[in-house]
Design a protein around this ligand. Structure first.
Ligand code: DX5
Ligand code: ZN
Length: 228
């Protein structure tokens, strides 16, 4: 049985009750917390910094926190997010002049490292750094906002990255981010993803436990389909 992980994106949570809502989504069955950092420069939106992550840790959120940096530059923020309690830090190759150096910086600060690909970003960025990656994140929307529609071009890209990961000796999470819903998650899983960022697809639902259970059921079916 493949191991699928759900990473609810708190970009769609209720920011006036962020601690409570984050706890609720983990208690309802979320695996990681996906923490979207936007700077109104690399992307046209502004969200959360390390202080907010620290507050979630103080609120006793113990689940892995997966920081997705949509900022430019990124290096100055990495030590701050690591100290605040991040487990994973993922960035976009266009947002730094030295991808390899930034990956090293994340590792030096004790976090797992990820590289994020916009819909139009070439996978060539993987060629010389795949050994250093714990996560490959494929954006299935243009970054900046929740609740956008999944871009179908992601399916082929997922298959391509899955091939590269399977040729590799160590395991790398293949994460998909943007427009992932109950209705399309099994096809996304079938194309090779194993970590699913879901924002509005969970938080816009009145009962997190119920929707997460349904999503997991869909994922089980995709496992079944892949065996037959
Ligand atoms: C978009 C963010 C996503 C977003 C996904 O820039 O990186 O994580 O929150 O939201 P949904 O699932 O609503 O598309
Ligand atoms: Zn994200």
């Amino acid at each position: 049985m493949k191991n699928f992980l759900l990473a609810p994106s708190i970009l769609s949570a209720d920011f006036a009750r962020l601690g409570e809502d984050t706890k609720k989504v983990i208690d309802s069955g979320g695996d990681w917390i996906h923490f979207d950092v936007m700077d109104n420069h690399y992307v046209p939106n502004l969200t959360m910094g390390p202080m907010i992550l620290k507050s979630l840790r103080n609120y006793k959120i113990t689940a892995p926190i997966d920081v997705h940096l949509m900022t430019k530059p990124v290096d100055n923020l990495i030590p701050k997010f690591a100290q605040a309690g991040a487990n994973f830090i993922t960035f976009h190759p266009e947002s730094t002049d030295h991808v390899d150096r930034t990956l090293n910086l994340i590792k030096e600060h004790g976090c797992k490292a990820g590289l994020a690909f916009n819909p139009s970003t070439s996978l060539n960025f993987l060629d010389y750094v795949i050994d250093k990656l714990d996560v490959i994140l494929l954006m299935s929307v243009n970054p900046g906002f929740g609740n956008q529609s999944f871009l179908p071009s992601t399916f082929n890209k997922l298959r391509e990255v899955r091939k590269r990961i399977d040729l590799h000796t160590s395991d790398i999470f293949l994460q998909v981010d943007g427009g992932v819903k109950l209705e399309n998650i099994s096809e996304i899983a079938f194309s090779g993803a194993n970590v699913f960022v879901v924002g509005s697809g969970i938080f816009d639902h009145p009962d997190y436990q119920k929707i997460i259970k349904k999503i997991r059921q869909e994922l089980k079916c995709s496992n079944f389909k892949s065996l037959h």
